[in-house]
Design a protein around this ligand. Sequence first.
Ligand code: 8YV
Length: 293
Amino acid sequence: MTPRVHVTGPVPARVAAELERDFALVDEARGADGILSLLSTTVDGAYLDAAGPQLRIVANYGVGVDNVDLDAAAARSIVIANTPDVLTRTTAELAVSIMLALLRRVAEGDRMLRRREAWRFSLEFMLGESLDGKTLLVVGPGRIGRETARLAEAFGARPVYAGRRDPLDELLGEADVVSLHCPLTPETHHLIDAAALARMKPTAILVNTARGPVVDEAALADALRAGTIAGAALDVFEREPAVTEELLTMENVVLTPHLGSATRRTREAMGLLAVGALRAVLLEGRRPENAVV
Ligand code: 8YV
């Protein structure tokens, strides 16, 4: 019998075509043998139980698996797969893009022109900061963090790294740019809180392309208002799709709507990787290379 697969949201046409080739697509999780989940779907024990005991794999359309209860999946012998590697450079590129947009006031300048404000060229007008010579603290030196460091080095930044065993507190005080690349776990929830922000230099900026809840967004708004830090570039938010209202009013804040992996090529590659995991488990009876559980 053709395995039944449920997809929790719209996927690129090419990915849908691949799914249709090998699987019977079903409208609900209940009764599915495999699930292709988007990050907006919470896959917890209750969700897995509602799907039923025939469920064998959940392929998550993303590298982050914080929307999935891995222990609950392991307890039920359900394979969980993710989509690493294919989005590494794309996401690092976005991190450096919003970093530069903030430092060089790209978004601020764009907003000013769109307001049709009077302006004229002058030597002191809208001066920014170069990434050249800056100390870049990469929090979470995994694939995306290291690639972000590599790209930033091309602009003259000096990367330093904070992993699970590194003294984040000290490093925060040295950095000009703090860029977050850690997964969201109970340990990293609100890793950047009021105390962490207070350790940063008043001239430093925070960049987040990881997960919103790694930052205490209310504390960040307070820190930006008080001048505790100089700015923030955010692609992810604590209560997505909501954005803390005050951040929307601040000129020293660059905001993008979770675009880290958002190129057609990358989104297709992620989808094909997820389909490959579904095929491995449901058609070939083997564990996929990109299994995390
Ligand atoms: C995706 C992401 O856009 O991979 C991740 O962890 O956050 C993004 O690349 C998202 O997961 C799509 O569902």
